[in-house]
Design a protein around this ligand. Structure first.
Ligand code: SAH
Length: 355
């Protein structure tokens, strides 16, 4: 039980965060472990203030194109992991991807996010060609890649082909925790090195983590905050862990809405100008999860542009929302949801002010 003295102490920590933009590992841990509903409300009001100062009531949209669910990795939490024999595998053709972009452009999207498993079929040549084509056709749009870990040279090639941004969540900073979520072939250090490489090349970089992933402690989250502070990315994508029935974590508990919102608020106070999406996973664990995310400090939503025929096959976790809707429906639905809380979806490219 937190008594009111401690609760006052935590409020002061939030004030200190707003002032100094960072806390020590002990302070982060204390704040995260000791949070209360009252403290959350205090945090969200401050987070909204920061957000409005830089991004007003605008909500940026990114069109998400899930172009392949083949993956060579075996992450224990992920429904499209290599050893899930029940996944029905697909890859979109270049024509199909371009047709998603065409439809997206007509709907007002000015950022396309190409996300997929680590699929060797999509060689550097193929990705570079695809990026070239999209930038040729839509020079006023940003292209974001989210294809996992590749070499420095590969990332450089995609950047030279015109890619603007790259999303690669660090997943969890702590290497022992990372090892509990991933096969031995993957490491926290390698993942983090990729992020530093992407930054050095000149990408606008997005990192992030799952909230409430199995074995995660408040101390792990504190380490995530310190890493994000050091990396100083343009975007931070966080969402609750949600189990997938065909993975080793099928019986693990989901992350909560409450903790995810608290972390969103903290990130907004730490990096006031960062781009912060209210993710699909947040909308999956609660019907108004994304709206609540915006009210906790988020300023981006990422509706799905993938063809409806393959939507349900990009199944990272169970009960993912919007798998039956056409792109236009998703776009309109989000616009209404944002309007209902006093925010407006804007069609600008939406580059990060955190440079
Ligand atoms: N292959 C790419 C894209 C991964 S999918 C890459 O490696 O970056 C995008 C994100 O979905 C992952 O980074 C992970 O944080 C999240 N994710 C995967 N499985 C999840 C689950 N079961 N619950 C919640 N989020 C999940």
């Amino acid at each position: 039980m937190i008594n009111s003295n401690e609760s006052n102490g935590l409020k002061e920590l939030i004030d200190k965060l707003k002032e100094a933009r960072c806390l020590s590992k002990e302070e982060w841990t204390w704040l995260i472990a000791g949070r209360t509903p009252e403290l959350s409300e205090y945090l969200f009001a401050l987070a909204r203030e920061e957000r409005h100062q830089y991004y007003r009531h605008d909500v940026y949209v990114r069109g998400l194109i899930e172009f392949t669910n083949y993956c060579r990795n075996d992450c224990l939490y992920c429904g499209i992991r290599k050893s899930n024999q029940n996944a029905s595998r697909y890859r979109l053709t270049e024509e199909e991807i371009l047709s998603c972009c065409r439809m997206g452009y007509e709907l007002g999207f000015r950022t396309f996010v190409l996300q997929g498993g680590e699929d060797a079929y999509f060689t550097d040549d193929k990705i570079a060609h695809l990026v070239h084509c999209i930038k040729d056709l839509y020079p006023d749009c940003a292209v974001t890649l989210s294809l996992g870990e590749r070499s420095y040279e590969s990332y450089k090639r995609f950047f030279d082909a015109g890619a603007d941004r790259y999303l690669l969540r660090h997943e969890t900073y702590n290497s022992a925790h990372y090892a509990k979520l991933h096969p031995a072939s993957l490491s926290a250090a390698k993942r983090q090195q990729c992020l530093w490489n992407l930054k050095e090349i000149g990408y606008q970089v997005g990192t992030g983590f799952m909230v409430g992933s199995p074995y995660q402690t408040p101390e792990n989250l504190a380490e995530d905050m310190l890493f994000i502070h050091e990396l100083n990315p343009h975007m931070v994508g966080i969402g609750p862990f949600i189990p997938h029935h065909d993975t080793p974590f099928a019986d693990k508990a989901s992350g909560t809405l409450e903790l995810t919102l608290f972390m969103l608020g903290l990130i907004r106070l730490m990096l006031p100008k960062v781009l912060l999406p209210a993710t699909t996973a947040l909308g999956t664990i609660h019907p108004n999860g994304r709206e609540q995310g915006i009210l906790a400090g988020a300023n981006v939503v990422m509706p799905n542009l993938s063809p409806t025929a393959v939507r349900k096959d990009y199944s990272l976790y169970d009960n993912k929302i919007c798998t039956g809707d056409e792109a236009a429906e998703c776009r309109n639905c989000l616009e209404r949801r944002m309007e209902s809380i006093g925010y407006q979806v804007v069609t600008a490219r939406g580059d990060s002010l955190n440079v």
